[in-house]
Write a protein that binds this ligand. Structure first.
Ligand code: NI
Length: 280
């Protein structure tokens, strides 16, 4: 995708009107030879088709259509928000298959540089099957340790690539490593993104054991946000097991926006568990 974006910039540059060098040369001096025109590296029409996942000659397909919003009352239902970070990868398709078999909705916090012609079909499928897309930065830095410009680029470029492929303007983000501070809060607020952390960490990135990951996820309580990563084979293998376990406890699987409802950009959200009543 980096190459694609670079090419896009080249195309944009080529499209700008250029005053021929000869016209700008001061009178009386020999006109310098105009530089040779740069080779056309990419046909804008072909690029446009690539970015919309179409083949040459095919009509441009419309953006994927999300199902109608669900009316869910997570005060009465046992809701849990499963979240998958760091993809999409080809194997993410297996997670989508398993979720579909359980009629489960989830949230995918995608890394911008993972979004390409090859993986964009997965994003489109997520949208069509009622899952939520979230921004997980362009290349997964610790956002608290980079410049203000880099921070903005990390968020904006990911917003742009997802929007270009799906039409979706994401409203939630997860800071890589859960690392956030006031600057990150301000930057996410500017981008219209709520910060979604988690209530239950399956530690699937550390413990590459599907049974262990499934057991931890199955400990979710109503209102939990569960952290997982769809880039690990063991996590993908854990998903059928954890869904079986949570099905048995009567959980409803919701997106983070379904769990929290309307959210404030910039603010941090961890879970929506019922808080114990204050002591009299
Ligand atoms: Ni991550």
């Amino acid at each position: 995708m980096r190459v694609g974006l670079a090419l896009l910039l080249v195309v944009t540059g080529c499209a700008a009107p250029v005053t021929p060098m000869a016209q700008r040369a001061p009178a009386g001096r020999p006109s310098p030879q105009p530089p040779p025109a740069p080779p056309m590296m990419v046909d804008p029409d072909i690029l446009a088709r690539q970015l919309t996942g179409n083949q040459p000659g095919w009509p441009i397909s419309p953006f994927p259509r999300a199902p109608l919003p669900r009316l869910l009352d997570c005060v009465k239902l046992k809701c849990v928000a499963l979240t998958f970070d760091d993809g999409p990868m080809d194997a993410t398709a297996e997670v989508l298959d398993t979720l579909a078999a359980h009629q489960a909705k989830a949230t995918f916090f995608v890394v911008g540089q993972m979004v390409s012609d090859q993986t964009s079909g997965l994003l489109r499928r997520m949208v069509e099957e009622g899952h939520e897309l979230g921004n997980h930065s362009w290349d997964h830095p610790n956002l608290t340790g980079i410049s203000a410009d880099s921070l903005r680029m990390q968020l904006e470029s990911t917003q742009q690539v997802v929007q270009r492929y799906t039409g979706v303007k994401m409203t939630v983000m997860r800071p890589p490593y859960g690392a956030t501070d006031q600057r990150v809060a301000a930057a996410t607020k500017r981008e219209g993104l709520a910060q979604i952390l988690w209530g239950l960490d399956t530690l699937d990135w550390r413990d590459r054991n599907a049974d262990l990951v499934a057991r931890r996820a199955a400990m979710a309580e109503p209102g939990d946000v569960v952290l997982m990563h769809d880039i690990h084979r063991t996590t993908i293998d854990a998903v059928p097991k954890l869904l079986d376990a949570l099905d048995g406890k009567g959980f409803t699987y919701v997106t983070v926006s379904e769990l929290f409802g309307e959210m404030d950009p910039g603010r941090e959200y961890f879970d929506k568990k019922a808080k114990p009543a204050p002591k009299e």
